[in-house]
Design a protein around this ligand. Sequence first.
Ligand code: NI
Length: 439
Amino acid sequence: MRPSSATRARRRPPAARRLLALVVLLAVLGPLGLLGATPPAAATSACPNGLVALTFDDGPGPHTAAVLDVLDAHAVPATFFVLGSLVERRPATVRQAAELGHEIANHTHTHPQLTRLSNAGIRTEIRRTDAAIRAAGVTPLPLLRPPYGAWDGPGGRVARIAGELGYRVVTWNVDPTDYRASTAQIRARVRAGLQPGAVILLHDGTGNAPRMIAALPGIIRDAHDRGYCFGVLDARGEVVASEPGAFRDIADSPHRAAIEQLAEAGITQGCDPPRGSRYCPDDEVTRGQFATLVVGTLDTYGRSLPDALTAAPSFVDVGTDSAHAAAIARLAEAGVTQGCDPPAGERYCPADPLTRAQLATLLAVVLDLDVPPPDERHPPTQRFLDVPPHTVHASAIGALHDAGITRGCNPPDNTRFCPGQTVTRGQLASFLVRAVRDG
Ligand code: NI
């Protein structure tokens, strides 16, 4: 075990004073932008100087398993920027890394210099790698590290195309050139580069990886000795603590607070259970996920489902081993859903997405809201430009709006509802939290 920070400070006061001077210097340099965009992570008592991150590029390869062994032995998390072409050859390695708590991010498919590719070429490199990681059963962290660090800046072509695909471009700030250095050089160069928020570039996918792996235990020891802990990158590219149950892809989501509330209440484990490091806020909600989230929310907050109106149908496309079977059955028994093929009621289509209009109607029933029947003589107020009165979901949309549960789809004006758009997991979190907010 490492000695406590207090023990270290007593034993080595000059080092502590030097560190204090360094922290002050960093505090001055930081606001001037001399340290790049990554702010130092908050320090905790176990990590008085904050967090640093190990990142590994160009894998998965024959040496990746040895890297995972060292990290596992020291209980240190890392972020792997993988090549899609290699993920296709070693999907099990990537899956294992994710299961051990490491992050998986995108380093392109074939390691080209992106600035030399066409827009379509850049898109293909990012997309194929994203698909390969997902095919391995892992949700990628939406970060793109361009090979050779070659990009054209935050406003440039690479960043814009990456952004269109949901990815953010990140690089590093400590580069020991481990792909061509000795073990001693690698360790010394990393030690010299340690600073709060340091993102250390290493390579598990090159032929020199054995020298890097030999340096890893020393690198970890040096950082711990200097009061740093190891974190992982989050979706902003910042170094954060690797806490189980903390979603790393919601930092920029407008639905963050609602998602965190559902997670803290144990209602969601995110989109990659049982790891729970992702919520996938921009992914579509499936009808199955909707059932589980809405039933879980009502149960947790002591709200009951409507009384049963009908005998529950049993859907031929919802197996008893489905993760959502119990919740779907509850909704069916309560008469909330008759499936996706009314009036037959034979199928629920658990993998289908929900539109915002469909969600409004389901939620209005679940929450037992007062939904006035259409009345031609007294047309209801038109609350959204794109929801004409007397259309099939208009009353429910109006009722949810009046209950403060949904807003529009074009904030801050919210003049439109976008009834045909699919609901994202983030939006559903906000709807549910608003639905139970006032008891
Ligand atoms: Ni690379």
